[in-house]
Design a protein around this ligand. Sequence first.
Ligand code: CP
Length: 306
Amino acid sequence: LIHLLSTEGLSKDILTHILDTAGNFVSVNDREVKKVPLLRGKSVFNLFFENSTRTRTTFDIAAKRLSADVFNLDIARSSASKGETLLDTIDNLSAMAADIFVVRHSESGAPYLIAKHVAPHVHVVNAGDGRHAHPTQGLLDMYTIRHYKKDFSNLRVAIVGDVLHSRVARSDIHALTTLGAAEVRVVGPRTLVPSDMASMGVRVFHNLEEGIKDCDVIIMLRLQNERMSGALLPSSQEYFKSFGLTPEKLQLAKPDAIVMHPGPINRGVEIASEVVDGPQAVILSQVTFGIAVRMAVMSIVAGNEA
Ligand code: CP
């Protein structure tokens, strides 16, 4: 693996290897991540052309825990605002001896463009491109599911909400089907579920109660209003009434079901506060596990594994 651009096409062996490698970075209490010298002398450039709280910060922490030198380019204050192209920016940062570019961009495909452009010894990790892919979120979601449920083969997983605009949903679906989840469901209003879902090997539901019934894992998605316009935009109250996850609706899932969310959450829109703060939510564990998973990804693409 030279770059990580998508979970699509990654084999079960590679996915498992990434999750196992992440597990090696986590100490006994399953949370603390050890500092290791695997990327000492390497330079990691975080290029976030779109806003981020979790992904950017955990990549920063992960690179530091691998002993790399980390540079967070402040895009708003960079010369991108003076008309410098994406690839000219990359060439200039490459001239500063970048080894890994971590890229988030609102345009689907931007990390692919960069990966094609850079020298063979430089690695690109997609930190979310448009509505296309968010592979490290997909991987940390798989790590979280494996942590709580041990094995994928008996699991019924529901991905609920604005699937149409979600790069996380696509990355999760590719990973879940490859890892052998028993059943993957997508649940959402007709306007927010894309038409190619059945061909991705998932069952489609347009009713929340039916969609989460007897599920082991529920992954809630935010309404991505920034990628919507006009008719697609439902009102928050209307949406919550039909597709918001409340404690009452959660009772339809298995009693030990876990509730996940990639964040940022919108309380009272796709999920009730009582669920976010309740005993079945593992949303903050996802964030913590993201550090070890991103350490695994960067060490594997750079060829410096534990
Ligand atoms: N889950 C996620 O990508 O969150 P951020 O946008 O805050 O990075």
